[in-house]
Design a protein around this ligand. Structure first.
Ligand code: ASN
Length: 301
């Protein structure tokens, strides 16, 4: 690596390390408990877009490599009230994602979940976390931001909210990237239609067909930051939603057995650490945010 590139990578990694520290500290201040990541499990997030499943045989049983810890987050709340985890996810994305500059097939998300709260509570929490992170990075990483040529604006809360249907109507099918390029502060997309999301996001019973969930879009063209929402937690409704999605109950057997015994109501989200690093550092491509990036379609170490 050339000297200049090494210096740039050092600055990015110092900022990423600070991002992880600040987020962890902010959550601990709010009495969140950090849990360990789950890498292998018979159950994992089916996601709403096609990925090639990654699984391995352990002692004659099939284990999936975690695509997201959503189910374990819900299950963890049977023991704890507020949890977070820096969770490595493996998602073998289709090859057409190789040039987006936003996809890695191994990445880490800060995944959190809170018992008995509403979507709006975790949205407010997310805004506070981002504001605290950006404020603290601006203060503590002046040298690094200068070396990266990044001028950062601390966003003001509450962030703007746009309903999914309105975003679609106003900005068309590609609304996410249009909104991201148009606004200079993060924007929430709320009330995503049921058919566009996984079965575990809770349906709004007052507006059937729409979910009590959200996505956050970064400004300046950096695209999607996170997704989350309230969760389906009632056994019968979970089963109904799996079937509505055309999926098999047997695929989620171990989760359903525990859900039948009772899950708490909850809301949460997961924010990608590499994407957050890319945004804060003003990087062109996501792979610049990692020492060992896993780029779809490329041989990586
Ligand atoms: N972590 C996300 C959530 O909490 C789910 C995902 O990554 N697909 O909703």
């Amino acid at each position: 690596m050339k000297e200049k590139n090494i210096e740039k990578t050092k600055a990015v990694l110092k900022i990423q390390s600070e991002i992880r520290r600040i987020l962890g500290e902010e959550l601990r201040k709010r009495r969140f408990i950090e849990i360990s990541p789950v890498i292998l499990s018979p159950i994992t997030d089916p996601l709403n877009h096609p990925t090639t499943p990654a699984h391995i045989n352990c002692y004659g049983k099939n284990y999936n490599v975690t695509q997201s810890m959503i189910f374990h987050k819900q299950l963890a709340l049977r023991t704890l009230e507020k949890i977070f985890v820096f969770s490595p996810n493996v998602r073998i994305e289709p090859l057409d994602k190789k040039d987006t500059g936003r996809h890695l097939f191994e990445f880490t998300q800060l995944d959190l979940e809170v018992k008995d709260v509403k979507r709006e509570d975790v949205m407010r929490l997310c805004e506070e976390l981002l504001i605290a992170t950006i404020t603290s990075i601006k203060r503590g990483c002046k040298q690094e931001l200068k070396m990266l040529g990044r001028g950062l604006i601390v966003p003001k809360n509450p962030f703007k909210q746009i309903r999914h249907v309105d975003a679609y109507k106003q900005y068309g099918e590609d609304f996410e990237s249009v909104i991201s390029k148009t606004y200079n502060e993060p924007v929430w997309i709320i009330d995503i239609p049921l058919t566009s999301r996984e079965f575990y996001d809770k349906e709004n019973l007052e507006k059937p067909g729409f979910l009590r969930d959200m996505d956050l879009i970064y400004p300046e063209g950096y695209g999607e930051a996170l997704s989350g929402g309230e969760r389906e937690y009632e056994y019968e409704r979970i089963k109904e939603r799996i079937l509505k999605k055309g999926q098999n109950l047997s695929q989620f057997k171990e989760y359903l057995e525990l859900a039948e015994k009772g899950l708490p109501s909850s809301a949460g989200f997961g924010i990608g650490i590499e994407r957050l690093t890319r945004f804060i550092c003003g990087l062109k491509r996501i792979e610049e945010s990692s020492l060992f990036p896993k780029i779809p379609g490329k041989a990586c170490i």
